[in-house]
Design a protein around this ligand. Structure first.
Ligand code: ADP
Length: 645
């Protein structure tokens, strides 16, 4: 006999132990969800079998009536959920029930703090699944037989949820999976038919397979009380057993929509919004798509699965159809069911299918329309919370989805000098509606934090003139801005790039003053350029500062200093790419007392020191790093000592 038939004891992956512990503590008040999770898994297993059987009918082995059974035994104090779905092999059991094989799991667990209240919230990003059984059970036995293997090649998994589990090869007469929960002493409330039926109706009514429980038909008696037929047990289908999306919208309650989301989205929290519609025409399909209320833990993981399942005529085909949603809408969950593709469609055909791209185009349009409705709703709270969770993903859309760029641009929200909150809540259209009469551009500043953006010296002149500036501090913003140069005919202009063309907004007096200053400072500027050498491409008088003595500016077509920093941090060699490395322009503020003092400085060494300090300060206020911080400190201390003498 193979070694594998022996019973072996294996340890749970550390993460699983951690997850179970957290789950039991944080979800106890919601403990009945274990049944939903088991039924959801059973339904997925049936979907998988049905799909495989399309190309290999023998997998049904004479039993093509897929169903789920829920039984209980008051004496043994057990609940059993069984299915005749695809089943699992020994390796699959080990991989799926005992380890969490999802990508990004490790990073997720690193985020846990040890503070139970906080961590409980994080659990919501993960999806609870099979392990939720340990909320009510102190022992769980899972027996499973894969669809194409023999009866004696089944496997039994068992665990008390504490650190380890056993695996044993066993016999199982039928295909599929059976999960037996040995209830904790405190959980006897579940050993009751009515209670279980209520839970199933509440959570799993939308499941398209019949969920069956035993129903006791009492004995029949005649008028004299003589038994004419003995009592018997019949199968009772507890749920509606029709695919939810095929029903009419009017017949589906909000709860049913929400429960279906929890099943397809593997999420136990309520969704934020949904769209349910049917498209007729050359390519016909129904879609039921949801926006989650919270970002999943693997939102930034490039290997994470997409969340939209493809069905063809109610048969599940794949949950890995990247071609159904673009990357920037990867958080969308739900199903698309089409009548217009053949059931035996292969992966390759799917990838090249024109119909699939038509469906994708239509689905994206619907999602963007839903987002647009939320964004323009009088009640901003939903869209704000959506933006907080997914805003940075939506920004990718401007870059990725050329066709819908304008629509995506309308969905963007930013922080701004005209809104108190750090929250990103200003739309480009709001900005445009507030533009000054003579203002031509949409102004923005980029920095590596909100505080740095908000306090950037580049904003000074804009504050003085009351011109709004958008504050951008997310990494993706730099890429966004290199792809979004215009909105409604208005150019997006960095306040830290090129000459500021605020001329139209300047008064005649301002202009005269500027001309005079340019003359007065001619020699100072020359001397400063000599001091700074090739660290700068130019020294000039600033028309953008009011409070700061100096700042750095990049050329109109150069990469921003923030972008250069991001690229360098990402390990990109900019010189190799023929980018970056353009020298900044050093601008000084003629109205600043420090600058006036340098102008009056007779001692060349002191002139050079102060110039160097002003230059270094400008780098620091950009959020940059000094090449030689010690020298900066040394020079600054020298000046301070001079003051104390
Ligand atoms: P999730 O369902 O979110 O993937 P679970 O912990 O509930 O997480 O299940 C893990 C995996 O175990 C499933 O993805 C599936 O591959 C497998 N599995 C669970 N229950 C069954 C079942 N009844 N039949 C077949 N496979 C199952």
């Amino acid at each position: 006999m193979a070694v594998e038939t022996k019973k072996e004891t294996l340890g749970f992956q550390t993460e699983v132990k951690h997850l179970m512990h957290l789950m039991i503590h944080s979800l106890y008040s919601n403990k009945e969800i274990f049944l939903r999770e088991l039924i959801s898994n059973a339904s997925d297993a049936a979907d998988k079998l049905r799909y495989k059987a399309l190309s290999n009918d023998s997998l049904y082995d004479g039993d093509s009536q897929l169903k789920i059974r829920v039984d209980f035994d008051k004496d043994a104090r057990t609940i059993t959920v069984s299915d005749n779905g695809i089943g699992m092999t020994r390796d699959e059991v080990q991989e799926h029930i005992g380890t969490i094989a999802k990508s990004g799991t490790k990073q997720f667990f690193e985020k846990l703090t040890g503070d139970e209240a906080k961590d409980s919230e994080l659990i919501g990003q993960f999806g609870v699944g099979f392990y939720s059984t340990f909320i009510v059970a102190d022992k769980v036995t899972l027996t499973t037989r894969k669809a194409d293997v023999k009866a004696d090649e089944a496997v039994c998994w068992e665990s008390a949820g504490e650190g380890d589990y056993t695996l044993e090869s066993v016999e199982k007469a039928t295909r599929g999976t059976e999960v037996v929960l040995h209830l904790k002493e405190t959980e006897d409330e579940f050993l009751e038919s009515y209670r279980l039926q209520t839970i199933i109706k509440k959570f799993s009514d939308h499941i398209s397979l019949p969920i069956i429980m035993d129903k006791e038909i009492p004995a029949e008696t005649d008028e004299e009380g003589k038994e004419t037929a003995p009592s018997r047990i019949e199968d009772d289908v507890v749920n509606s057993a029709s695919a939810l999306w095929t029903r009419s919208k009017d017949d589906i309650s909000a709860e049913e929509y929400n429960e279906f989301y929890k099943h397809v989205g593997h999420d136990y929290q309520e969704p934020l919004a949904h769209i349910h519609s049917r498209v007729e025409g050359n390519t016909e399909y129904s879609l039921l798509l949801y926006l989650p209320s919270h970002a999943p833990f693997d939102l930034w993981d490039r290997d994470a699965k997409q969340g939209v399942k493809l069905y063809i005529r109610k048969v599940f085909i794949t949950d890995d159809a990247e071609q159904l949603m673009p990357r920037y809408l990867r958080f969308v969950r739900g199903i698309i069911d089409t009548d217009s593709l053949p059931l035996n469609v292969s992966r390759e055909i799917l990838q090249q299918s024109k119909k699939i791209s038509t469906i994708k185009g239509g689905a994206v349009k619907k999602v963007l329309a839903l987002l647009n409705t939320l964004a323009n709703d009088e009640d901003h709270s939903k869209y704000s919370s959506f933006w907080k969770e997914f805003g940075n993903v939506i920004k990718e859309g401007v870059i990725e989805d050329h066709k819908n760029k304008d629509k995506v641009a309308k969905l963007l929200r930013f922080s701004s000098t005209h809104s108190d909150a750090e929250a990103q809540n200003v739309a480009l259209a709001d900005y445009v509606s507030r533009m000054k009469d003579d203002q031509e551009h949409i102004y923005y500043v980029t920095a590596d934090s909100h505080a740095a953006a908000k306090n950037s010296p580049h904003l000074e002149i804009f504050r003085k003139k009351g011109i709004e500036v958008l504050l951008m501090s997310d990494r993706v913003d730099e890429w966004l801005l290199s792809n979004l140069t215009e909105f409604e005919g208005k150019h997006l202009q960095s306040v830290a790039k090129g000459e500021l063309d605020l001329n139209k907004l300047d008064s005649e007096d301002d202009k005269k003053e500027q001309e005079k200053a340019d003359k007065d400072f001619e020699s100072v500027i020359k001397q400063m350029k000599e001091v700074l050498g090739d660290k700068v491409s130019e020294v000039r008088l600033s028309h953008r500062l009011t409070d700061s003595p100096a700042c750095l500016v990049t050329g109109a077509h150069d990469m921003s200093l923030n972008m250069e920093r991001i690229m360098k941090e990402a390990g990109q060699d900019l010189s190799m790419m023929g980018m970056g490395g353009a020298k900044p322009i050093f601008e000084i503020n003629p109205d600043h007392v420090l600058v006036a003092n340098v102008k009056a400085e007779q001692d060349d060494d002191r002139f050079a020191d102060i110039t160097q300090i002003l230059f270094d300060q400008s780098i620091l206020s950009e959020g940059g790093q000094l090449e030689n911080p010690t020298e900066f400190v040394h020079k600054l201390n020298g000046l301070l000592q001079g003051l104390l003498k």
